[in-house]
Design a protein around this ligand. Sequence first.
Ligand code: ZN
Length: 313
Amino acid sequence: MRADLHVDTLWRLEEKGGGLTPDRDDLQIDANRCREGKVSLLCTAVFTEDNRADPWEHCCRLLDVKDRLSKDPEEDFRSITSPTDLQDLELGTTGMLATIENARCLEGDISRLEQLHERGVRILGVTWNGANELGQGVLDDHHQGLTDFGQAAVKRAAELGWAIDVSHLNREGIIDVCQTGAPVLATHSNARALHEHPRNLSDELLKLLAQSNGLVGVNIFPPFLAPSSEAVTLDTVVNHVFHLMEIVGKDRVGLGTDLDGISKTPLGFRDHRDLDLFESALRKNGLDEESAANVLGGNFNKWWSSWSDCQNL
Ligand SMILES: [Zn+2]
């Protein structure tokens, strides 16, 4: 099964309207491309910009889009809230798991987490690049960890059976999240040892994530993969996968493309239609068949099942 741990499609659809069944030249994701790429699960970010005036209303509108798609018989998308849902997904359909990207939408009100849980959200991305009521993002980093509200929100989200997403969060915030013992992952982040970029994770943080049973989804946005002077291909993405595997272990790496949130992709990779090429590139560079398939989804599925189902009992 194939899973993409981070896509921004809901954000785009909320702006542009319409569905994903007609081919969407104005988006990077649609139903046909999901089918061609054999994508079983999209972790659909409920993304709110740092400067938006109505973060909660915006977040609710993005969740409305997900509900509209998953209830429309013409659309082959279903809301997913547990590994069991994912297992039960009918062939030819794609699951959508709602994730918060920027918990500014809570507007400092912890009870909003329960409302979001009701609406199917299961992953809390603490910040975007700026600072918010919970903590500091990588572009507004004053080297402080989670705020008291951030600590309380992470604790409550974990009680609800969510994982905490630390992509975009600063170093001190990531350390704090790991210390809470909550299930943790970085849905769309790369290796800083290969490319010095504030969005990428240092080996120190990758080790910490691994010790915390966390998972990392490799991001395909070229500026996160290599300096702009270099051509970025699927082999560049593979290099990041291999480095991540070396530090966190080969069962802890997945794919979080960032599609519908990025302006370009690696040479030779259009979108999910080319996932077979990505899998081949992993194999060609020496990864065994099972491990390559696991990067494309198996690792996320196993990781989610390993803690989610027992918590929901
Ligand atoms: Zn992002």
